[in-house]
Design a protein around this ligand. Structure first.
Ligand code: DI6
Ligand code: FE
Length: 413
């Protein structure tokens, strides 16, 4: 029997431009044919191959359909919250000063260590459901609030568990080099030794898809970052980097020399960093939520990145300290208003370019052989994805060829 499903009566934004078309790749009166978890064919219904004999048909009611959204940078697993620190920052205490005084990331580390695996799973699951309600079908989750082997294992296991129990793909990233934990106070190199020793163990347990570090004055030096990357590359793991968020450490060029999948934040990125990222094909992940919540004023060099042809992704950076937001669509909006991306760039940034930042070439566009992850929206045009905020237009979500339930969170127009 045919395993083909025909999804008809859709207006498609394929993000695969036809010759002479714009980047949206719009197809009116469109249809998708899926086979198992993959897209077998995409086009105008009138062009459906005569040989296609779908076993079932689904009427999408004329809805706008885009690829499933990809949130490529989150710190979703942690204990507690940091609203009091937010109040301190509003009183004028800087994020760096709070970190240096032992608060910041370290306070989330204490709360994470104190939480059970079941508690961490329950809170992270609620956050994942928020992102999923807006059409996220692939989610990256970093560790980095455990900072001991046992607690990092716990956080990565929770991330993996979300991927096996919820209808979405989860990619895990080991961010042991996020901050120096209290037991290594004053001994950052000793802590990096430990991180490098844990990584083979975590990898052997199948818990790590990529390795990240926080290269910053209040994080780790380029030399320390290099040691983490050498260990990752020795295990065949791809790397990415929190680079030039608060200062220019030359982190982007360093990461590019390891063919990093992405460099993230980049407010203080230099021309050399841009050139190195371009040469290495490294994606720039823009995080307007952190820029907004830290009330930053220094913009990432968007125009220079665009001129160099560096791919631009956009993500929530969801975390308790610098970006407690759980709306990828709001990030798309802020990527336009704060960072001056076009709506098309912002939507590419939460789909195809975000997938690229995770090293995933099989998603982010609607095209034959891509994963059958797509979203039907209560919208007329895909540029509205970066336009509305505080409204969820997500109508139906299909993951791996299966409609996800509960799917209806949309507000009818
Ligand atoms: N940069 C960030 O914005 C997050 N981590 C990082 O390296 C913030 C982490 C936190 O403040 O809890
Ligand atoms: Fe981050």
């Amino acid at each position: 029997m045919s395993r083909l499903t025909l999804w008809r009566n859709a207006r498609l934004a394929t993000l695969t431009p036809a010759r002479g078309g714009d980047g949206w790749g719009l197809i009116d009166r469109g249809a998708l044919l899926t086979e198992g978890g993959r897209i077998a064919w995409v086009g105008a219904l009138a062009d459906l191959p005569a040989l296609a004999r779908p076993a079932q048909e689904v009427d999408l009611g004329g809805a706008l359909v885009t690829p499933g959204l990809v949130d490529c940078h989150t710190h979703l697993v942690y204990g507690g919250q940091r609203a009091t620190e937010f109040e301190q920052r509003l009183q004028g205490v800087s994020y760096e000063a709070i970190a240096r005084a032992g608060g910041g990331i370290r306070s989330s580390v204490a709360a994470t260590r104190a939480a059970s695996e079941a508690q961490l799973l329950a809170s992270a699951r609620q956050r994942a459901l928020c992102l999923m309600a807006e059409g996220v079908t692939t989610l990256e989750i970093k560790s980095g609030y455990g900072l001991s082997l046992e607690a990092e294992v716990r956080c990565l296991r929770v991330a993996r568990r979300l991927g096996t129990t919820l209808p979405l793909t989860v990619r895990t990233t080991f961010l042991g080099a996020h901050a120096v934990p209290p037991e290594f106070e004053g001994r950052p190199d000793g802590y990096i030794d430990a991180v490098c020793a844990w990584l083979p163990e975590l990898h052997a347990q199948g818990l790590v898809d990529a390795v990240d570090a926080f290269c910053e004055r209040i994080g780790f030096s380029p030399a320390q970052t290099r040691r983490v990357f050498d260990t990752a590359v020795g295990l065949g793991l791809p790397v990415k980097l929190h680079a030039e968020q608060l200062s220019d450490q030359g982190g982007a060029a360093l990461a590019a020399s390891y063919r990093a999948l992405s460099c993230d934040h980049l407010e203080h990125l230099s021309a050399e960093g841009i050139a190195a990222m371009r040469a290495a094909g490294t994606v720039a992940v823009l995080l307007p939520g952190a820029y907004y919540f830290l009330r930053e004023t220094k913009l990432p060099p968007i125009e220079a990145l665009r001129a160099a042809g560096v791919p631009l992704a956009v993500s929530t950076d969801h975390n308790p300290g610098t970006s407690p937001g759980l709306s990828l669509l709001l990030m798309a909006s802020m990527a336009c208003t704060l960072f001056r991306l076009t709506p098309l760039e912002a939507v590419q940034g939460i789909t195809v370019q975000a997938a690229r930042a995770l090293g995933l070439a099989d998603r982010g566009r609607l095209a034959a052989t891509q994963r059958a992850d797509f979203v039907a929206w209560n919208l007329d045009h895909p540029n509205e994805l970066a336009y509305w905020f505080g409204r969820n237009p997500c109508h139906r979500v299909v993951v791996g060829g299966q409609e996800r339930t509960p799917h209806g969170h949309g507000t009818p127009l």
